[in-house]
Design a protein around this ligand. Structure first.
Ligand code: IFM
Length: 480
C-alpha cells in the first residue's frame, strides 16, 4: 500500500551544489557527552551524573565520568577542527562547572576552562557558538524540584548572566537551550532521560519553565552582550507524517505537532500557547503554572532558530491492530506524549542508522520549507544533523564510514534544495565532532566524524571527516 508516509522523494544529490557565500560550516558537541573530568575543578554532579549512576538507566552502566576526556584534550580537539577546516564550533557550557550549586557566584576554574577553549578557537579562526544548557542541570536544582518548578527558570537566568559576563566579550553567538522537548518530555514524562521522572503534568510544567528560562536568559544575555551578538534557541522539531490519508491520522499529526513543536514555537516565536494544545491537555492540567506576563517574557526576538533534524516521525490514530509504538526515543512504560496515548508511532520505511532511525533527507527539506513559510524573516541554522553507525578502526588504523558520507551528502543536498526554494538557512553543524556519550545508549552509538578509541582517548578522523572537510573548505557539495 502506498501511504502518505511513503510518497516523499529525496531531492537528488547528483549534481555539484554550491552553497551561498558566508554559509557557516560547523561541528557540534555537548559538555556531558565529551568533557569527562566530572569531579574536577569544583564541578558538582548534574542530573545526568546521578541518572547514569542509577543501575539500569544507561546501557552497560556507562557514565560521563571520563567521556572523551575533552576537558584535558581540548587543545587537540580544536587543532583537529582547524585541520579539518571547520569554521564554527557549537559546544555547551556545563552549568555545574560554572555554578556548582546552581546558585550564587561563578566558579572561576569552570569559567577559565571555557575562556581557554574560546580563545583557542578564536586563535584558529573558528567561530565559537555557545549553548547554555544541553541537559546537565545541577543536581541540587533537581533536588529542589527541577524544571517542573518555576524557580529553576529564575536560576537559569542568573546562570546565563554569569556566563555572559565572563564570555560575552568573545562569544558572539549564543543558544539558550538545546532540545527542550527532550529535557521536558523524556526527562519528566517517559523517564528515558535524566532525571528519569514519569509524570505527564510535570512534563508540561517543565516545558513551560524551560520556555520561561529561555526568555529570561535571552533578556539576561541581551543586557550584557554586544549589540551585534546573536541569540537563538535550538529545537528538535519533529517532522511529522500521517501513516495514511485518513482524517484520524491527520489529527494524530496535529496533536503530536502541538506537543513536540508548537509547545515551544508557539510561546517563543508567536507569544502564545496553541489553543489546541491547551484543549488536548485540559483533562490533565489547567496550565495555571503559566503566570501573567510569562508569555511576554518568553517571546523574545531571536536572531535565528537552531534546527536539529535526524529522521521523520510517522504517526496514526492507534486502533489496536498491532502497529509499532516506538518513537525512536527509547522504550519506557511511560509515554513522553501527555494525553496522546491513542497515537501510534511507526517505523518509516527504508534504510536506517545504528539508532534504528530512518534515513530520509526529504524530511529535512520539507521541515525547512515549513519553517520558512511559518516564520518568514527568521533565519535558520541546522545546529545538528548526523548519524550513528557501527564504526571501527581497521587493522591499518583507518575508519571507513561510507554510510555516514551518504547520509551527510543526502541531507546537505536537502539543505541546498531548501535554500534554492527560498528558505533562509545560514549554516550547518554536523553532529558530532567526536564519538561520545549517547545518553541512555552510553558509548554504544558512534555519531562522530572523528572516531574515539575510548581506552586510550586516541582520535582518528573517519573518512566522513575528510569528506566533510572538503565540503566545508570549498562550500561545494560534490556530485554523487
Ligand atoms: O547526541 C544527541 C544530542 O545530544 C542531542 N541531539 C540528538 C543527538 C543524537 O541523539
Amino acid at each position: 500500500m502506498v501511504t502518505a508516509a511513503h510518497q516523499h522523494t529525496a531531492p537528488g544529490p547528483e549534481a555539484p551544489r554550491t552553497f551561498p557565500e558566508g554559509f557557516l560550516w560547523g561541528s557540534a558537541t555537548a559538555s556531558y557527552q565529551i568533557e569527562g573530568a566530572a569531579a574536577e575543578d569544583g564541578r558538582t554532579p548534574s542530573i545526568w551524573d546521578t541518572y547514569a549512576r542509577t543501575p539500569g538507566r544507561v546501557r552497560n552502566g556507562d557514565t560521563g565520568d571520563i567521556a572523551t576526556d575533552h576537558y584535558h584534550r581540548w587543545r587537540e580537539d580544536v587543532a583537529l577542527m582547524a585541520d579539518l577546516g571547520i569554521g564554527a564550533y557549537r559546544f555547551s557550557l556545563a552549568w555545574p562547572r560554572i555554578q556548582p550549586t546552581g546558585r550564587g557566584p561563578a566558579a572561576q576554574k569552570g569559567l577559565d576552562f571555557y575562556r581557554r577553549l574560546v580563545d583557542e578557537l578564536l586563535d584558529k579562526g573558528i567561530q565559537p557558538v555557545a549553548t547554555l544548557y544541553h541537559w546537565d542541570l545541577p543536581q541540587e536544582l533537581e533536588d529542589a524540584g527541577g524544571w517542573p518548578e518555576r524557580a529553576t527558570a529564575e536560576r537559569f537566568a542568573e546562570y546565563a548572566a554569569l556566563a555572559a559576563d565572563a564570555l560575552g566579550d568573545r562569544v558572539k553567538t549564543w543558544t539558550t537551550l538545546n532540545e527542550p522537548w527532550c529535557s521536558a518530555f523524556l526527562g519528566y514524562g517517559s523517564g528515558v532521560h535524566a532525571p528519569g521522572r514519569t509524570d505527564p503534568v510535570d512534563a508540561l510544567r517543565a516545558a513551560h519553565h524551560l520556555n520561561l528560562a529561555h526568555g529570561l536568559a535571552v533578556r539576561a544575555l541581551r543586557d550584557r552582550i554586544p549589540a551585534d551578538a546573536r541569540c537563538s534557541v535550538t529545537l528538535n522539531l519533529h517532522h511529522l507524517r500521517p501513516l495514511t490519508g485518513d482524517a484520524a491520522d491527520a489529527d494524530a499529526v496535529r496533536r503530536i505537532d502541538a506537543l513536540a513543536n508548537r509547545v515551544f514555537t508557539g510561546p517563543m516565536l508567536r507569544g502564545a500557547y496553541p489553543e489546541d494544545l491547551l484543549k488536548d491537555t485540559a483533562p490533565l492540567t489547567d496550565w495555571s503554572f503559566v503566570h501573567d506576563g510569562d508569555l511576554r517574557e518568553i517571546h523574545q526576538p531571536l536572531d535565528f532558530l537552531g534546527v536539529n533534524y535526524y529522521t521523520p516521525t510517522v504517526v496514526s490514530r492507534a486502533d489496536g491492530s498491532g502497529t509499532h509504538t516506538s518513537d525512536g526515543h527509547g522504550r519506557s512504560a511511560h509515554s513522553p506524549w501527555p494525553g496522546a496515548d491513542d497515537v501510534a508511532f511507526h517505523q518509516p520505511p527504508g534504510e536506517t542508522t545504528a539508532m534504528g532511525w530512518a534515513v530520509d533527507p526529504s524530511g529535512l527539506h520539507e521541515l525547512l520549507g515549513r519553517l520558512a513559510s511559518d516564520f518568514p524573516g527568521l533565519p535558520l541554522v541546522i545546529t545538528e544533523n548526523g548519524a550513528a553507525f557501527d564504526d571501527y578502526a581497521d587493522p591499518s588504523g583507518n575508519v571507513n564510514d561510507p554510510a555516514r558520507i551518504s547520509y551527510l551528502r543526502g541531507h546537505l543536498a536537502a539543505v541546498h534544495q531548501a535554500i534554492a526554494d527560498g528558505a533562509d538557512v545560514r549554516g550547518y553543524f554536523l553532529w558530532s565532532l567526536l564519538d561520545n556519550f549517547e545518553w541512555g545508549y552510553g558509548y554504544s552509538k558512534r555519531f562522530g566524524a572523528v572516531y574515539v578509541d575510548y581506552p586510550t582517548g586516541t582520535r582518528i578522523p573517519k573518512a566522513s571527516a575528510r569528506w566533510y572537510s572538503a565540503v566545508a573548505r570549498t562550500g561545494v557539495l560534490p556530485g554523487a
